[in-house]
Design a binder for this molecule. Sequence first.
Ligand SMILES: Nc1ncnc2c1ncn2[C@@H]1O[C@H](COP(=O)(O)OP(=O)(O)OP(=O)(O)O)[C@@H](O)[C@H]1O
Length: 463
Amino acid sequence: MDAAPGRIVIGCWLMDAAPGRAADWLPVDADGRRASVMAPAEQSLLNKLIRHNLVNNQNQVEVLQRDPSSPLFSVKTFEELRLKPQLLQGVYNMGFNRPSRIQENALPMMLAEPYQNLIAQSQSGTGKTAAFSLAMLSHVEPSNKWPQCLCITPTYELALQIGFVITQMGKFYPEVQLAYAVRGSRVPRGTLVEQQIVIGTPGTVLDWALKLKVFDPKKIRLFVLDEADIMIGIQGHQDQSIRIQRLLPKDCQMLLLSATFEESVWRFAKRVIPDPIIIKLKREEETLETIKQFYVVCKEKEDKFTALCNIYGILTIAQAMIFCQTRSMALWLCNRLFKEGHQVALLSGELMVEQRAAVIERFRDGKEKVLVTTNVCSRGIDVEQVSIVVNFDLPVDRDGNADNETYLHRIGRTGRFGKRGFAFNLVDSQDSMDIINQIELHFGRKILKLDTDDLDELERIMK
Ligand SMILES: Nc1ncnc2c1ncn2[C@@H]1O[C@H](COP(=O)(O)OP(=O)(O)OP(=O)(O)O)[C@@H](O)[C@H]1O
């Protein structure tokens, strides 16, 4: 569906941008409230939905290994892993040529006997799911018609995403079957699950094991706890995960994966995974080095809008993201831009995850050149063509001080992999000028004053 000029694209719908109308289109949650803050599980789901490639990571993997002399320290090819031919075919069929950095180190430990317990941490999108999916498929004995691999993950939607990866990877291995232990899944009492792999959320997995007794946890050979950092943030999941782990046999291999590793995650990981090897992939640092930063002095909102229109031609040379502090401001700005005849996409917190993914997808495909958004989008979204960020509103914390971290997340992704990026900050008061000064000081990088009325100067800067 292509957007007609002068329309705002919200979710996968088109709507006329009459002020006040958009809210009627926005989805609400089950209680009729407008969903607002993006929960970590949703953010993770969104990342998965919009991601097509591995996140490029140049940083080193740190392996804290019990036996550093192990010959299976790392592999450079999938062949070296001696996978079943059907699985190797599945991996190549997914377009994977080489193991990613984390896979290079984790896969030998996940796959080689004697099996070792593992805690692996690497940022989202670095190939963890693909790694443990391959491990699960490898461990199964297909002639045994009972669950042998169990994976728990925080939400229903995340379970489905893992299932999708396993199904793709196991495409040429149809003897291996998958069951979902998630809300709404029905297994009548008295029947037994025959699928060899079970993916589920902690509560339903416990029900299956203890209440319904539809599978025997003592027969599980491989246990995976995915998204540990999100798991511990959901009430009850931590305890349930530990209860599940205690039902498993002592010689069951256990893997725990996490995108981040704060102290609380670490404490939890050590409680769940006995005697583990730990693999950590350092996060790619976002930097402002290749980004030219400017500020434009404006009188008030209307004046900011005029400044934005003056630079609009520049924004659409590549692609641009415009950040507003509130949803209502983002909507107001979209409406105004629409009235000027510009085609923009709006991404804000009211949208459901699938709708956000659809907006980002269209933007990534270049169907819209400009995306107006709130902080919902400051992390996670990775659109390579974005070279310009406009802070229509500067990022501030609750106390009204500069939110440096959000500033970095917003603009840090424009100058990735050495590419040039531009950031324009619209300043409409002494307070916001103070914030610019704080940001300058924090990052130790100059933010230059720009006059957007002076088109010659603008052109010179962009060259
Ligand atoms: N070896 C590989 N070669 C190429 N692409 C890969 C490889 N491994 C994984 N991918 C792809 O990279 C993307 C990210 O992989 P994956 O979902 O496994 O990462 P992740 O670390 O589990 O992310 P998250 O923390 O969000 O769960 C996926 O689109 C996946 O298909």
